[in-house]
Design a binder for this molecule. Structure first.
Ligand SMILES: Cc1ncc(C[n+]2csc(CCOP(=O)(O)OP(=O)(O)O)c2C)c(N)n1
Length: 196
C-alpha cells in the first residue's frame, strides 16, 4: 500500500476538517495533491504533530482534526498515545503511516521494520478507544470513513511501503503556513459564531 494513494483516497474528505501533518514525505505528498488553507505541515518538530493536533482538537471541539503522522515520529513521542487516551478528544483522528522507515532523512529502518514493535497494539495498550490496523487500500479507506464519521478518538495505523515523493519543496514556508492556518481557523470560528 502506498501512502500517496491513501492520501489521495481521503483527500476529498479533508475539505471540512483541520489537518496537521508531520514534516517531510507525508507533508510533501499532501501538498502535491493541492494545498488547502486548512492544512498545517508541522516542519522540523518530529513527533509533535499529534500533540499539536490534540491541542487544537481539545480547544475546538466543534472541529474534526486529522493528524497525519509517521512511525518514526510517533516512536519519538510515545507519550502522545497515553495523553490522547487520557484526555480523549472525541474529534481527533490520528493516522499513522507506518512505513518502517525514517524515510524523509534517507530511509533508515525504524523500530517497526522488524515486526517486533506493533504500533496498533501500543495504541490499544495506551487506552485509545478505537484502533484500526490497515494493510490494504480498501481497509484504509473504510477505517478512515468510519473514523471521520465516529464521534470518538481514533488511531489508524496504515502499513505502507517505504516510498516517498521524488522531489521535495513547497512554495509555503512554515511561518507563513502557520499564520495562514491560524487565520483560517479564526475566520471559520467567527463565521460559525455569526450563524449561530
Ligand atoms: C528531533 C528531530 N530529530 C530528527 C529529525 C530529522 N528527521 C526529519 S524527518 C525524519 C524521519 C521521520 O520519520 P517518520 O515519522 O517515520 O516519517 P517518514 O519520513 O518515514 O515519512 C527525521 C529523522 C527532526 N526533524 N527532528
Amino acid at each position: 500500500m502506498l501512502r500517496s494513494k491513501c492520501l489521495e483516497s481521503i483527500y476529498p474528505e479533508l475539505e471540512d476538517k483541520l489537518v496537521v501533518t508531520i514534516m517531510g514525505a507525508t507533508a510533501q505528498e499532501l501538498y502535491d495533491l493541492g494545498h488547502k488553507e486548512n492544512f498545517f505541515y508541522l516542519q522540523h518538530a518530529m513527533g509533535l504533530a499529534s500533540s499539536i493536533g490534540m491541542g487544537i482538537a481539545m480547544n475546538l471541539p466543534g472541529e474534526k482534526v486529522i493528524v497525519l503522522d509517521g512511525d518514526g515520529s510517533v516512536l519519538m513521542n510515545l507519550g502522545t498515545l497515553t495523553t490522547m487516551a487520557r484526555y480523549r478528544p472525541r474529534n481527533l483522528v490520528h493516522i499513522i503511516f507506518d512505513n518502517g522507515s525514517l524515510l524523509s532523512t534517507g530511509g533508515f529502518d525504524s523500530h517497526t521494520t522488524s515486526g517486533i514493535t506493533n504500533l496498533a497494539k501500543m495504541a490499544e495498550g495506551a487506552g485509545i478507544p478505537n484502533v484500526a490496523l490497515t494493510r490494504t487500500p480498501l481497509e484504509f479507506v473504510e477505517a478512515a470513513a468510519d473514523a471521520f464519521e465516529r464521534d470518538d478518538l481514533t488511531v489508524i495505523v496504515a502499513k505502507v511501503e517505504a516510498v516517498g515523493p521524488d522531489h521535495f519543496g513547497m512554495d509555503l514556508k512554515l511561518p507563513e503556513n502557520a499564520f495562514r492556518f491560524e487565520r483560517f481557523i479564526r475566520e471559520k470560528q467567527a463565521k460559525k459564531a455569526t450563524h449561530r
